[in-house]
Design a protein around this ligand. Structure first.
Ligand SMILES: [Zn+2]
Length: 273
């Protein structure tokens, strides 16, 4: 034995040069075991793999073999092609070389994928930050009349349009219509209110009322004199509904109904959840 010659150097003959970092383009579920052992899967991936692991003898055995090898594999994955002869000798238990090589490839691929994903997310966030002020200007500049297609939607309106879970109500006496879109979050319920046919000046709150009777304020706002969502209004700004977002600690299924209340204590509309 003359030491270990780099990546393929665990005393193996080597499977030949099949492209060191190519790996399998469509990895099957068994091949996730190495990344799982290293703890580099995200939560969804790890959960999916655990479901598989519960039913797979082979993966359970690989996982046993890999226990304690994380530092070695992590080091190898960080040094593609560089080779670290000492590291192989420091291993107390050696898995089959073929397995190690495949796992190292897999780890390197996943790290590269994560880096790419991270880069795109940073780029997307930067685009949002750069785009933000322009969108705001365009939105406030939309009161000159004309086509409302030209005005980009507000974030609350855009969010509202994507929400699948919506409840609506119209009060028979005030004729105010409220529609609440809901999305369940780890922290509770994200809500967006669409409010129509309301004239100001008013100050209002959206209250979520739980099945247990608790009341939580989701959001507060004021209504200018020209109002929101007025049918047949002469100006765009009073024709457009108000979209306002907020949140509550309730889960969606804990909410009995919503109330749009004025600060004076008048109920404008109640919406059954
Ligand atoms: Zn398996």
């Amino acid at each position: 034995m003359s030491g270990y010659g780099g990546m393929r150097g665990f005393g193996m003959e080597g499977p030949g040069n099949t492209g060191p970092m190519q790996g399998s383009p469509a990895p099957n579920e068994h091949e996730t075991v190495g990344a799982y052992a290293l703890g580099i899967l995200d939560d969804a991936e790890a959960t999916a793999f655990e479901a598989h692991l519960a039913t797979c003898e082979w993966c359970a055995q690989q996982l046993d073999e890999l226990a304690g090898m994380e530092p070695m594999m992590a080091a190898l994955a960080d040094l593609p092609g560089a080779g670290t002869p000492a590291i192989g000798e420091s291993l107390s238990a050696r898995p089959s070389p073929r397995l190690v090589e495949r796992l190292v490839d897999e780890v390197a691929e996943r790290r590269a994928a994560k880096r790419r994903r991270g880069f795109y997310m940073v780029a997307a966030a930067a685009a949002l930050i750069v785009g933000g002020p322009l969108v705001a200007v365009a939105t406030t500049g939309s009161d000159s009349g004309g086509s409302n297609q030209a005005a980009p939607a507000s974030p609350a309106k855009t969010l509202f349009s994507t929400m699948g879970d919506k409840v609506t109500g119209t009060d028979p006496s005030t004729q105010v219509t409220g529609t609440v879109g809901m999305a369940q979050k780890d922290w509770g319920t994200q809500a967006v209110l669409e409010l129509k046919n309301v004239k100001g000046p008013l100050k209002c709150s959206l209250i979520a009322v739980g099945k247990n009777g608790e009341r939580e304020t989701v959001s507060s706002w004021s209504v200018p004199g020209w109002g929101y969502g007025i049918p047949n209004a002469k100006t765009e700004e009073s024709k457009n509904p108000l979209y306002i977002g907020g949140g509550a600690a309730f889960k969606p299924n804990e909410i009995d109904h919503f109330e749009v209340m004025t600060f004076d204590g008048n109920k404008l509309v109640q919406i059954k959840a």
